[in-house]
Design a protein. Structure first.
Length: 397
């Protein structure tokens, strides 16, 4: 590569040529003088982590391994696995010889049978996805920045050590989100302390969003949570108000709570990952007519739904061949329905790397927006691919 060529211009001239609306030319010395620079591309959903067989901020590797074992239940039925009967699910403290094996497979033995679930892509020889690997993925498909969503390590260690190091070393590539423990079952002094932690994370460590905060199931519209939403407004950061991976009743209740919060706090910028996390086939008793359950929220203008989570359709045994294959027609239809009613400003694109590799390549994931939304204008497509994220995270284009 020309040593005088910076990364942004390289992306503009090479991988970014696939972006609709880009009409420039590329030479060995860089972009031609008439070439307009493309819009910023931001992946709203990625993960980075060191070796998952280590302690990662917990007391020891065994403690962390048991936490991963306990996560199997939340994945059951959605991920490809050796069995479908839930009696083969390992309980968190059950002695089943659970291991996070090679090539994305978690393994254990229960009821005399070998069991497994496909947690990661087969290209992941070991359970590691360091930031340098993610940057290599981003560079080849023309992604400028990525929002690191938290998880896969102890909260404090992630916030204070691992993720803090990522955003310090690559401030122009990674947007950091952080975690706090805003548990409403705890006293007011604990909640106040967590708000101080959030303030420090934003103002001193450089985080730009709040990913995890209240435990699952606690009411987001509880008056004791108001201080949290006010803090996010004051700090000018978006907050994840995620839903799903639960029953239909609980899912719709969560959406109602979020609507109450967004109405009471119109300056709050709320985001929701995984397309709401309740994309299910019509035969499932928890199915809803996605994405109409969010239509009242979309009218408010301060709630944003993330697309690109094609993993929702990864299990062919559940969805059938047509729906579980690229370019994922149900994914496209959800986006089209929202776009026709509300436009592009309330949608974000996020791949959920490295897990997206279970279903498709990183290029295919971005191409679900880049090349399979012909009903959008180029300008609106650019908003979904990064313009909206740049706006709510305060990133200059």
């Amino acid at each position: 590569m020309n040593p005088n060529l910076d990364r942004r211009r390289f992306l503009t001239g090479s991988a970014a040529l696939a972006v609709p609306g880009f009409a420039g030319t590329w030479t060995a010395s860089g972009c031609s003088s008439e070439t307009p620079e493309r819009s910023l591309v931001i992946d709203h959903h990625l993960h980075v982590f060191p070796d998952q067989t280590g302690a990662l901020g917990y007391d020891d590797p065994d403690t962390h391994n048991r936490i991963m074992q306990g996560a199997v239940r939340s994945l059951w039925g959605r991920f490809v696995a050796s069995h479908t009967d839930p009696r083969y699910i390992p309980e968190p403290d059950e002695e089943v010889g659970f291991t996070q094996g090679k090539y994305g497979i978690w393994r254990w033995r229960k009821h005399g049978e070998d069991c497994w679930i496909r947690r990661g892509p087969q290209t992941m020889s070991d359970p590691i996805h360091e930031p340098e690997q993610m940057l290599a993925h981003m560079d080849i498909v023309g992604v400028d920045m990525g929002v690191i969503q938290t998880g896969y390590m102890a909260k404090v260690w992630g916030r204070e050590v691992y993720y803090a190091d990522c955003i310090r070393r690559w401030p122009d590539r990674f947007i950091g989100t952080t975690d706090i423990d805003y548990d409403l079952t705890k006293d007011d002094s604990h909640l106040a302390s967590e708000l101080e932690t959030l303030e420090r994370a934003v103002e001193e460590l450089g985080y730009r969003g709040l990913c995890s905060h209240m435990p699952k199931g606690q009411p987001r519209d509880d008056p004791r949570a108001d201080a949290l939403w006010k803090a996010c407004i004051r700090l000018k950061i978006p907050v994840f108000l995620d839903t799903g991976f639960n029953s239909k009743g609980d899912y719709l209740r969560e959406i109602g709570e979020i609507e109450n919060v967004c109405r009471r706090f119109p300056e709050l910028q709320a985001v929701n990952a995984h397309q709401g996390s309740n994309v299910l086939p019509p035969s499932d008793p928890n199915h809803v007519d996605n994405p109409t359950e969010f239509f009242e929220l979309f009218k408010l203008g301060n709630f944003h739904l993330e697309f690109g989570y094609v993993l929702a359709w990864e299990n062919e045994a559940v969805w059938g061949a047509r729906d579980s294959e690229f370019p994922y027609p149900r994914h496209k239809d959800m986006i089209r329905r929202i776009y026709e009613c509300f436009g592009a400003r309330i949608m974000l694109w996020g791949a959920d790397m490295p897990w997206a590799g279970r279903a498709c390549t990183y290029k295919q994931c971005i191409d679900t927006i880049r090349h399979h939304t012909e009903f959008m204008t180029d300008e609106d497509r650019s908003l979904v691919l990064g313009g909206n994220a740049a706006r709510i995270y305060g990133v200059a284009g």
